[in-house]
Write a protein that binds this ligand. Structure first.
Ligand code: GAL
Length: 368
């Protein structure tokens, strides 16, 4: 009975959309959560990007478990490794056409999904950006992610702390890397890190011999390891013939390992390399001192937070969100967000930081 009422309201909202245009429908949906219907037992679409790092690989099982437990069916799809953006666009359109009742999206390219989220909006399907924001559109309803700016701040501070621990005083030679320019997170991570590092560049504590310090200069196409490795090799060759590289700001573990590899190939050791994601391949490197730090963003917790939001919508309730412009402004609006707290991990706290994750905890213990 209740479901029928809710669906009736949704039809009314759609009728309003047809008769009077978007603005009426939008105010209808924001003033009354009953215009959105996400019944228990319905199918929830989850569109994930290409598997460029381990967190995405883990995401599918995390969503399937959380959605099943909350009483929903899961429709999880990855964008293919090639033709990735059109592939994801088609997958999302397909989810709308099939009638998935909510769509959770981790964007391959956050600026290329305007048409698809508009389509979802017109069909009354709530869109939740997950981990990566969707930019340039008002049609994204919610954003669930870790605090990305904080991730960057932790990375910048870890680089400084690591350098100090290896050598009591500067100046230190460092190089900077960022993620893909198509990922809305990448500049936020970088800005967070630079909020800590720029003052130290300005006062001469840090020197960047390549001279490459802007996001435009340091981003890594597609978050691909090969691209970071090539850039690192080129920088070493051009600038570090006799000079010593003391540390590298790496935005995640995959790129961190590529940066370490480039140094090893050049016969060099770089004492401090940061990271993110707590990838199983990087924990042993952190424990043996090859990589200095990573960030723990528990994928299961992040998936659960999105599923909790779907459950809230399903009850017809309003999700609890924050408006955080620095992190979640998408160029059109600050997307109401559920923000989770990232944790910095070094050799010192690895065992306790991973206490909730048997795989990571075992790797940390094995390296002690
Ligand atoms: C980001 C994500 C990071 C990392 C990166 C590369 O959007 O937040 O955790 O995985 O993509 O895939």
């Amino acid at each position: 009975m209740k479901k029928q009422l809710i669906m009736g309201a949704s039809v009314a909202a759609l009728a309003a959309l047809t008769l009077t245009g978007c603005s009426t429908a939008r105010s209808a949906s924001s003033s009354s959560s009953s215009s959105v219907s996400v019944p228990k037992g319905s199918t929830i679409g989850v569109a994930l990007p290409a598997k460029t790092s381990q967190n995405w690989v883990l995401a599918k099982a995390a969503f399937e478990a959380s959605l099943a437990k909350a009483g929903f069916k899961a429709d999880v799809q990855y964008a293919a490794a090639t033709n990735t953006v059109p592939d994801q666009q088609n997958q999302i359109s397909g989810m709308v056409t099939k009638g998935d009742k909510a769509i959770i999206i981790a964007a391959q390219d956050g600026s290329q999904l305007g048409t698809q989220v508009k389509q979802a909006k017109a069909a009354g399907i709530p869109v939740i950006a997950w981990d990566r924001n969707i930019t340039g559109t008002a049609d994204v309803d919610y954003y669930v992610a870790f605090n990305n700016y904080k991730v960057g701040q932790l990375q910048g501070q870890a680089l400084l702390d690591g350098l100090k621990a290896k050598k009591a005083s500067g100046p230190y030679n460092v190089e900077l890397f960022a993620g893909a320019s198509t990922d809305a997170n990448a500049p936020v991570f970088f800005n967070g890190a630079m909020s800590v590092l720029q003052p130290k560049i300005d006062d001469g504590t840090l020197k960047v011999l390549s001279g490459q310090t802007t996001f435009k200069q340091v981003n890594t196409d597609g978050w691909l390891a090969q691209n970071a490795q090539t850039r690192m090799s080129n920088i070493l060759q051009a600038n570090y013939g006799t000079a010593t590289l003391d540390g590298v700001l790496s935005p995640n573990d995959t790129l961190g390992r590529a940066i370490i590899q480039a140094n090893q190939t050049a016969g060099k050791t770089v004492p401090v390399v940061t990271g993110q994601d707590s990838e199983t391949a990087s924990i042993p490197l952190i424990m043996n001192g090859t990589q200095y730090s990573t960030i723990y963003k528990d994928t299961s917790v992040e998936a659960q937070a999105a599923v909790d939001l779907v459950s809230t919508l399903s009850k017809g309730d309003k999700p609890k969100t924050v408006l955080d412009k620095k992190n979640n402004y998408n160029g059109v609006k600050t997307v109401p967000a559920v923000e989770l707290t990232p944790v910095l991990v070094t050799k010192e706290n690895a065992v306790s930081a991973y206490a909730n994750n048997p795989t990571l905890e075992a790797l940390a213990k094995a390296g002690q």
